[in-house]
Design a protein around this ligand. Sequence first.
Ligand SMILES: Cc1cc2nc3c(=O)[nH]c(=O)nc-3n(C[C@H](O)[C@H](O)[C@H](O)COP(=O)(O)OP(=O)(O)OC[C@H]3O[C@@H](n4cnc5c(N)ncnc54)[C@H](O)[C@@H]3O)c2cc1C
Length: 247
Amino acid sequence: GLSVSQRGIEVGVRVEVHNDIMDDLTSVIYDPTFFIRTDRHDDLTRTFCTNRGGFVALENYQDFVCVNGHAYRDRKSDNTNFAFLSKVVLTEPVTDNQAYGESIGRLASIIGGGKPILQRFGDLRRGRRSTWAKVKAGYLQPTMTDVVCGDVSMALPGRIMANLREGLTKLNQVVPGVANDETLLYAPEIKFFATQVGTTKELETAVAGLFVAGDGPGVAGNIVSAAATGLIPAKAILARLAAEAAT
Ligand SMILES: Cc1cc2nc3c(=O)[nH]c(=O)nc-3n(C[C@H](O)[C@H](O)[C@H](O)COP(=O)(O)OP(=O)(O)OC[C@H]3O[C@@H](n4cnc5c(N)ncnc54)[C@H](O)[C@@H]3O)c2cc1C
């Protein structure tokens, strides 16, 4: 039969800053990704899915809500958003990453009264909740307003919060201004991944001749890797056909 393994989840926030803060980068690379290993927990954080001039969006699950981000071709906001995520892979004896992620989502939805939570990074740093009065007083206006201003650290586990705070502060060294007091954090953003099917390097499963690609069998997790994992088996199959034809 096919062997399977858990790929873990990524838990974090959607960060929103003014376009001016990211322009130097996003005018060169549409979707820059930074991987940051944190000192405190030796965990991996990363940026993902940057949307220049974009909008933060609601992601509805059956019994909790998350956030995501997107951009339109023709309609632009003054803000840039990106996911900032902390990787969680439960190994032993508990391996149910999916249940862990879902329970974080449910807790966050309780704290947010069924809506995503919005907090200014400065308030998080000082251990204070955010309020609409504080958010509206800033120069940066949220692109998603059907949210509850509060305290993200009431919703996400301490280890993840420590990673997000440290990671964003480190990112500020490369992207100055990204860890400003005004920076907006929307929570939770959670990435779930499909269970990974065991394969060879050519993405052939234990069933000879059965190859896999893309998100479904857990061998990819984004558009580029999904496309790349389509090419790998295609090349392997072509090489086999060529070898067969030559004999
Ligand atoms: C809300 C959201 C935001 C995302 N944002 C980003 C991002 O910013 N950047 C990024 O790189 N990635 C992003 N992703 C991830 C990205 O969309 C996926 O990694 C990628 O689309 C996976 O490609 P795929 O071809 O493996 O699967 P899919 O794109 O899911 O394609 C599978 C196709 O198979 C079809 N299908 C399913 N079952 C059957 C069947 N029985 N018969 C026939 N057809 C079937 C489906 O209808 C679908 O069209 C996002 C995903 C989501 C959900």
